[in-house]
Design a protein around this ligand. Structure first.
Ligand SMILES: [Zn+2]
Length: 148
């Protein structure tokens, strides 16, 4: 069995705005923003991170609304992006691992994710410290007794 968007998603008529241009800051502005974010994280008292498809694009899993997103290509009459990896073959990114490092040092208290790819759990975020809003492709629960 292969888990990935190519096998899982069905056609959706109304997906809202898609294919927006990606924005890039010049290096000096980017550096300022990185330093500002690092200060905010270091000074935080209860850091919670909310992630979506963008955190997994560098792992080979497409987003939905980006220039080569699943819904963007669907709206253009194309299929699932060629670079779409099955979830079980994708590896956590540096961003996933940075969140694990923040969790281990006690700075990151909780992760909320819209992703179903399980990369946060596979990277090492403890199950008790994540809410997977749309579920997890690798998790099934018995409807009768609740056993995972
Ligand atoms: Zn059962």
């Amino acid at each position: 069995m292969s888990l990935g968007y190519a096998q899982k998603l069905s056609y959706k008529e109304d997906v809202g705005s898609v294919g927006m241009k990606e924005l890039y800051d010049p290096p000096n502005i980017l550096q300022q923003k990185i330093e500002q974010l690092a200060s905010m994280v270091a000074e935080s008292k209860h850091l919670v991170v909310f992630t979506g498809a963008g955190i997994s694009t560098s792992c080979g899993i497409p987003d939905f609304r980006g220039p080569k997103g699943v819904w963007t290509l669907q709206k253009e009459g194309k299929g699932v992006p060629d670079a779409s990896l099955p979830f079980d073959r994708a590896m956590p990114s540096r961003t996933h691992m940075a969140l694990v490092a923040l969790e281990k040092t006690g700075i990151l208290k909780f992760v909320i994710s819209q992703n179903v790819d399980s990369l946060h759990l596979r990277s090492g975020i403890p199950r008790a410290k994540i809410a997977e809003l749309h579920g997890n492709s690798f998790r099934e629960i018995c409807q009768s007794c609740g056993t995972e």
